[in-house]
Design a protein around this ligand. Structure first.
Ligand code: SAM
Length: 220
């Protein structure tokens, strides 16, 4: 029993090493791509904001449905992304920190039909304001499973501050994301979810609603 935490630390180090090496076994590209294709089937002329593009596995698929803005922060990965998308005319790439860049886009009143949040860690810091970037469309979110991660003191406080508990379940996380949508009067519905080893990949339908209609309360 005493060995377990140590083993988990070693596992965690292996994952970090794979992340540094941009290992596809961590990215689950096939599962993500299939989900995107299933959710966006029949759609066209979409604008997509891919906030964690990596080498562009998903960004390239989004170009089948319209224009794509793809962000990537890490220099080496960005160089590879540029190489990968060379033949794709409708992707614009941006080397930037998406945790800050999305605030700038909100200030510029930009909106997109599709938003993809696929960081290595928790995407919580995008909520609730990321909903200002979408009026009607889809949001794909990668969420680490809290219970398979090593919850150090910082992560515990982080999760408690966002979800009210240090080890929120999938249901709690989904409910909270839907509530964050309502902070900006977006109705948020889970339409698909994938269980990918240490993470979930959620697909949400998002739609701006009128507060009066949504609540059935008339303004006087
Ligand atoms: C899980 S990977 C993305 C995988 C990609 N969506 C795919 O399907 O191939 C996360 C990526 O986000 C990048 N990244 C990390 N921090 C970032 C930040 N603050 N802003 C933008 N990109 C960041 C990492 O370098 C990494 O390439």
């Amino acid at each position: 029993m005493g060995d377990k935490p140590k083993l988990r630390v070693i596992d965690h180090e292996i994952v970090r090493k794979k992340q540094r090496g941009y290992c596809d076994t961590l990215h689950h590209p096939d599962e993500k791509i299939n989900q995107i294709k299933q959710v966006l089937e029949g759609q066209s002329d979409l604008s997509t904001l891919d906030l964690f593009a990596g080498r562009g596995n998903c960004s390239k698929i989004y170009t089948d449905y319209g224009f794509v803005q793809a962000n990537e922060f890490k220099g080496k990965v960005f160089t590879e992304l540029r190489e990968q998308i060379r033949e794709y005319p409708n992707i614009f790439i941006n080397r930037t920190n998406s945790f800050l860049d999305f605030h700038k886009r909100i200030a510029e009143k930009q909106t997109f039909d599709v938003i993809d949040l696929d960081p290595y860690g928790f995407p919580n810091r995008f909520f609730p304001d990321v909903f200002l970037l979408i009026e009607k469309g889809f949001m794909f979110v990668t969420m680490p499973k809290p219970y398979v991660n090593i919850l150090n003191g910082i992560t515990k406080v982080h999760l408690t501050s966002y979800y009210g508990e240090q080890n929120p379940s999938m249901e709690t996380i989904i409910e909270r994301i839907a509530l964050w949508g309502l902070c900006h009067w977006r109705k948020v519905e889970l339409i698909d979810s994938l269980d990918l080893k240490s993470v979930w990949r959620f697909a949400f339908a998002v739609e701006k609603v009128k507060a009066t209609e949504y609540t059935g309360v008339r303004n006087r």
